[in-house]
Design a protein around this ligand. Sequence first.
Ligand code: PGA
Length: 250
Amino acid sequence: MCKKILAGNWKMNTTIEQGISLVAALIAGEKEIPAHVQVVVVPPFTHLHIVHQYLKNHGIMIGAQNCAAHAKGAYTGEVSAEMLASVSCQYVIIGHSERREYYGENAQILNQKLAQALRVGLTPIFCVGERLEEREAGSYFAVIASQLRETVAMLNPSDFSKVVIAYEPVWAIGTGKTATAEQAQEVHAFIRKTLAESFGILAAQTSILYGGSCKPSNAAELFAQNDIDGGLIGGASLSAEDFLAIARAF
Ligand code: PGA
């Protein structure tokens, strides 16, 4: 059975004070989180250390939104995977569509980031997903297959077994427009089938999360699908009430 994961990607939101209040509210509601669900908060880099201080005696884990493609050195403004591990991060999002789109992250860069994350024991949450025009043109399967084949499909099986996949249709991110449960399930099943071509049975154990305007009102239907093993939540993760309601939807 795949691990059930609910990750909250705060993106570039919250001051330290706001971030601490959000974490405190999650801790206060932690007992509402079903025992089989691993909740992960993914704050901005600046918040990771203090958020860890709050969460260290709790079951909620922490992740980062990005990591550098290099191990260390003269890369001004970058944060390495090793630095993230040193503040007790366990997860790192790699290949979010906002990174691909606004920062030109291509397969080559993403492969370097995957290697860095895996080298220090971080669990990558690797994102794939099509744009609106690709959905409308019906080319989304081809787009997602190539996003996988150029990156995670090239890992060795042992590294691959540590990776979590997130399907995030770009047209659903932050737009309020969610993929229907059927649309999401169709792509999740396709992702699992594509990964099985490279990794066989391991693909059955890969957690595949859905992301894109997931909220309390649609989470239960999405999580009830066979191949949806959790969520990568943006906007709704900024409200402890909504995020906990999504956790209860498992
Ligand atoms: P959203 O973002 O939930 O605000 O649509 C999801 C994501 O980008 O991870």
